[in-house]
Design a binder for this molecule. Structure first.
Ligand SMILES: Nc1nc2c(ncn2[C@@H]2O[C@H](COP(=O)(O)OP(=O)(O)OP(=O)(O)O)[C@@H](O)[C@H]2O)c(=O)[nH]1
Length: 106
């Protein structure tokens, strides 16, 4: 596997704990230890949806993301991981996420 794209419903706040549990299981999977993780917070077209900061907090990623834009991690042992907010129905946000992720796929 070259990458993981993890799509979270940012509107479904009651299930953030469940999302965190699933994500933690993937993050601790040895076979995925070096692959980039793109976390997408979907449904931001709905006003009640969580903000990026809120989603990071609930998924336990507040101090864990590696930076947007071009961040070279090849010299380090750090796994690329970033959160991008999106609305799939509005076709927005995820393009930036996939672009970010593509720089880390060998
Ligand atoms: N408002 C909005 N609705 C969306 C978006 N993306 C998908 N949906 C809608 O969400 C519905 C799919 O429901 P979800 O609950 O997200 O699907 P799921 O993840 O397969 O189901 P669960 O595992 O039960 O969460 C469909 O009606 C989609 O049209 C989005 O960006 N904005």
């Amino acid at each position: 596997m070259h990458a993981v794209v993890y799509l979270v419903d940012a509107y479904d706040k009651e299930r953030f704990a469940e999302s965190k549990k699933e994500l933690d299981a993937l993050l601790s999977d040895d076979s995925l230890a070096t692959v980039p993780f793109l976390i997408l917070g979907n449904k931001i077209d709905i006003p009640y949806a969580a903000s990026e900061e809120e989603l990071r907090y609930h998924l336990g990623l507040s101090n864990f993301t590696t930076g947007k834009g071009k961040v070279s991690l090849s010299e380090s042992n750090v796994r690329p991981l970033e959160v991008f907010m999106c609305s799939i129905v509005r076709k927005m946000g995820y393009g930036e996420g996939f672009k970010w992720m593509s720089q880390y796929i060998k």
